[in-house]
Write a protein that binds this ligand. Sequence first.
Ligand SMILES: [Zn+2]
Length: 272
Amino acid sequence: MLITCLSGFSFHARKWKIKDRRKLHDKRLAKSGQLFTTMLNLVADKIEDPGPYAGSCGFKAGEKPDFKHVSLGDIMDALVQVRRASADEMVFAEPCARCSKMLHVEFNLSELSRHKPSEIGLEHLQSDKPISITISDTTLGEVEVFVRALRGSDMPTITKWASSTDQEPGLAEDVLNCLHIEEIRSQSGSAKVIRGLQDVLEFWGDQDFHVQDELAEAIEDFTGGIDTEIEEECPHCDVENQLSVPFDLRFFYPARPTGRRRRNSISSMRLG
Ligand SMILES: [Zn+2]
């Protein structure tokens, strides 16, 4: 099958096989943050159209892609498309945020909305040059923030921060925002340049909420991606729950048809 990603990059791929699932139980692989890129590298064959990755990443038609160069938006989009080749439906259970009773969620992956990267975003993926965004009213006055798209090679860092349980709650989300920032330059007063995750995080933590809103909006616009948020009303307390598509075992193991799930009870009835 041909998978065409949001950026226009396309490649030939096969479906996941039972043996591919064994990778999902490799704890070392999951911890390393390379599970998603591995699951795509397993099924990807030749590149049809290198799209923006023809530039600095050197992708060529007819060659095998390496997903460490591919943007996170394209990676998530490709994962959903490969999953849909096996099954469109997704079934999972999550506790309700209000009453904690289990919500049984069934939805179709074709319903997730997809957003293409902007022209500036495509140019950035092509050249790998950071995009400049001006944000006023920070603790350093007006600053120029140089941002970039996250790629497959950032997954180990994202996973490390997201899974470290001894971190402050909410810190992982701030890290995800700050990983997009290559450099911050103050334009007024004494010239100052902030680089490196620790220093960027420190600057970030001191800012007003509007800085996050402005930056998040700009990043969403240039990177594109898929909306992985779904709404589910709790049948017990009627509260609307905002859930995220779980990109874990439940995503990679399509649920068995309902008829199959009852097989054991049917065979025991026969035996009886
Ligand atoms: Zn509830």
